[in-house]
Design a protein around this ligand. Sequence first.
Ligand SMILES: NC(=O)CC[C@H](N)C(=O)O
Length: 437
Amino acid sequence: MLGRQFIRMPRFARGLATQAGPITNLPATLHLKTGQSFHGRSFGAPKSIFGETVFSTSITSYTESMTDPSYRGQILVFTTPLIGNYGVPLNKAPFDNQDVGVVLESQNIQCAAVIVGDVAEKFSHYTAVESLASWCQRHGVPAITGVDTRAITRLLRDQGTTLGRVAVGSDASLPAPEAQEFWDPSTENLVDQVSTKVPYQLNPGGSIKIAVLDFGAKANILRSLVRRDAAVTVLPWNYDFNAVSDQYDGLFLTNGPGDPGHCMEAALKLRRTLQEWDKPVFGICMGHQIIGMAAGLEAYRMTFGNRGHNQPVLALASAGSIKAGRVYVTSQNHQYALKLEDPFPQGWEPFFINCNDSSVEGIKSTADSGRKVWGVQFHPESAGGPLDTIEMFTDFVLECKAHKLQTASFTPQKSVDSSPVDTFVKPTVMPRIAVHA
Ligand SMILES: NC(=O)CC[C@H](N)C(=O)O
């Protein structure tokens, strides 16, 4: 009764919900480079691919995870046995300059393939317009169901993230590829593949100007800034921010796929920024790793990384909404981390530490450094996952405003025309859809 009263499905969704998804009967095999093979059924695109096999402990939000550009090149194994039961929503948001035009984290499925124990053949949700199976098929993404994901996960935990091959249809019965045939996505600069090619703006009338270096931004990061009334200018990952830094009140560095070592160029540019520019800087995941590398810390590859929405982190310092000594439950998706060095580089301190594996979960500039710079390995923007740390976006925007106010009396007023956007390729309709294509 209650459900009927409060949850009214839009007419288009009512007809589609609970339809059976088109599960194919094609055989499908996951081969790991370490020699193990798992045989199941295909429910995605009838094609075979290589990738890096990783597991996620997230229980919900398969749609957000699969569209997160940080999963590029990865074969994503869900530890939750039943995946797909709420289907997939229409991935389109109102087309205006307040949003990136999508409901999920980017326009496309970004992971190379998905592996589940049991795909839901029927789905039901008031926003669902199609099944997980038809979404994968439409996007050309292979997917396997009916394999022992617990066994795969235990292997990956022991031997670490492992290169894999998803073989579908007649390929499924072929022998496993030779070790040297496995493609390793970490050898490529994946960031360059997903970052915007041209700068663009969101919410140009916002009260504070934030430049965002796009390493493969999740849409909810951009939304989280826009919702706090930031005027956001999204720049390619290797853009020379130093040339335009005086025109912004803050700098943000996003998440992104692959080995941060491929983005050393961005870390070196940021090192100069931090030497010459004293406004607030905030980075998430890949962005945090870039800040760390700019500070002189080293990034290393973890055995199996952290992927899931239940990662507890302990705050070691207080800043804004974050209180030292508290544990926050966080959303994560990473393979690399910053090394915990003792002592930390001068002017820097650890901010958060992971309660499970003691890896560095955040760094910040020290109180006496005169700067406000934070990086966090986890995802405060959630999508999916808990919102325990979402107020870090508010903290950042408030710091930018405070800095602007403090310096306003000393800085000559800039003319309105000083916006760097005038020198950019400035489309009249922002290329939101094309950003992560
Ligand atoms: N989500 C991210 O930004 C991931 C960062 C980096 N690609 C890693 O795997 O560690």
